[in-house]
Structures are given as C-alpha cells and as structure tokens.
Ligand binder design. Sequence first.
Ligand SMILES: Nc1ncnc2c1ncn2[C@@H]1O[C@H](COP(=O)(O)OP(=O)(O)O)[C@@H](O)[C@H]1O
Ligand SMILES: [Mg+2]
Length: 313
Amino acid sequence: MTRRNQRHAEIWAIGGGKGGIGKSFLISNVANYLALHDKKVVLIDADLGGANLHTFFGVNKPRTTLTEFFDEKIPIEALIIDSGIQNLELLVGAVGSLAMDSIKYTQKQKLLRHIRKLRADYILIDLGAGTHFNAIDTFLLANKMIVCVVPEIIAIENLYYYLKNVFYRKLITELASHGLRGLVPDIWKHRRTHRIQNLRQLIQHLGRLQDPVPDVVASALKNFAVYIVLNKVRRRPEIAVGSSVKSICAKYFGFHACYAGYIEHDDFVPICINKRQPYMQAYPASRCTQEIGEVAENLIHGRPFVRALHEVS
Ligand SMILES: Nc1ncnc2c1ncn2[C@@H]1O[C@H](COP(=O)(O)OP(=O)(O)O)[C@@H](O)[C@H]1O
Ligand SMILES: [Mg+2]
C-alpha cells in the first residue's frame, strides 16, 4: 500500500472576502506549486457565483459536474478532470456544489465524505465569496482556512465581516455539539445587557460561564486556523496591511490569524488568464511566482510570513 492510500488528504479552503481580489488565482497557483513539488492535488471549484478555475489552466468546463454526482450517482472520481499539469486534477462544482444555498444537510455530508476519501495529498477548495452557512461550514471543516485580501478598504471591511461570521458560526456549532445550541445567539441578542461590544468581549464573557463552556471556547480558539494572504500589492508599505488585519483580529475578534504572506500585482496575470495559460508555467521565474511559493511553504508549515515584520517596521 502506498503512503497516499494510508492517510487522508489535508484540506485547505479559500473563501469569503470580496469577488475579484484573486482568490481563484491564488488557490490555483498554490495548487500548481504543490503539484510541482510532487504533491498530488485535487482542486475543487465550489464557487457557484463564478466557477472559473478551469480557465486558469486553460481547460474546458466538463460536461459532468457535481449535479451528476447527486442526480445520477456518478462516483466523484469520475467527475475529476485533468488540469494539464502533472499531479494536479480538477473537480468543477456547478449546481449542487458545496456552497449552494439550498443543498441539503445529508447531501452536503455525503459529498464531503466522498471528497475526504479522494486519493491526494492535498484537497484545495475554492468557495468563492459566499457567506451562506453551507459555504461557511465547508470552510470551517478545512484543516487550513485561507482568506485573501487586497490593500483596499472595502476588501478589508469585507474580510472582517466574513471572519466575524465564520468565527461566530464556529462558536455556535462547537457549543451545539455540547447541547448548547442557543447559548451564543441568546447572549449576542442581549449583548447590551452583558456589556458586550465585540466578538472578543463575547469570547471573554463565554470564558466566565460554567463548564464546559470555557473549555469548548478555548479549544475553538486553539484550532481556528486562519491564514491571511495579501494580494495585488503595488507598493512596499502596503505589505503592512496583512499585519494590521492580523492585529485587528486579535484585538476585536479575540482569535489568532496567521499572516502567510503577500503577492504583488503583476500585469501579466490577466494576460495569462486571457491566453488561458497557467501563470506559473508562463512565468516560472517572476517575483509573483516566487511569492506564491513562499505563501505555499508558509501554509504547508503553518507559519507566518517573517519578512514582513522587519521590512515594514
Ligand atoms: N497578483 C495579481 N496581479 C494582477 N492581477 C491579478 C492578481 N491576482 C488576481 N488578479 C486579477 O484579478 C482578477 C480577479 O481574480 P480572481 O482570482 O478571479 O478573483 P476572485 O476569485 O477573488 O473573484 C483576475 O482576472 C486576475 O487577472
Ligand atoms: Mg474566484
């Protein structure tokens, strides 16, 4: 039996924020980097609003999608298509996808069970910008949750909104599994009485309640693995945006986020997409390719981007 058969793949998901900030570009290139480094990768396009990952690799959208998985019981392996890059395969979501608003709970569970069993080292999921709880729940299931942001105030605000929703949902679901489903919504509804103004104060409040609440919240905080990637950087001082987003997360939301690195703006990115050329293949030695590699390595090792600390101060 090979090593790949013995253990489950690690799941990374990218989601939230805003459309057009580079989530699909980032995840497809991180997938490409992992594949180039001999990792077997399945990249899943679960962005209902704009399933376009196949375009980043210049391949056509397959006729069979996850709709057939549900309706015709076609095995998930049969839906996987070649990306044109060794070690990298694609699964295009379309209707019935993980982020779909109306997907039933049992369907979602079935799909996730099958996804988990795929033979790969890494399964990367592009959830798009959706904030429906189906998309958020899938995001929360990932071993690593990646968010993307660009140095623009609207994108940053959208990211905060998304992260708040994600962590709030995490608290609700973790407490629900201990029979305390209504606790967080109830406290939040009466937050003025409890003198709670933000998520961090909510967490502090929960930490003072009776067992098992403090332990459940502490473990939710501990395994909340969010990685921030800053994209479309044009000027050096903008690199600091990643660090300030991380600080805001700690100060107002009460959880730790890891700034995994930045990727600069490169005019050749849209040119490659229009030519249906994978960016890394076209520009293997560009600064952008190098930065994607750094981000991918930081994600693999679960470590922060260290250069930012001294470059920015
Ligand atoms: N680092 C970058 N430099 C230049 N353009 C970029 C970069 N990243 C993304 N883009 C451009 O931004 C557009 C949106 O990217 P995309 O990955 O589709 O965003 P999202 O998935 O967040 O909606 C793409 O057409 C691409 O050309
Ligand atoms: Mg996208």
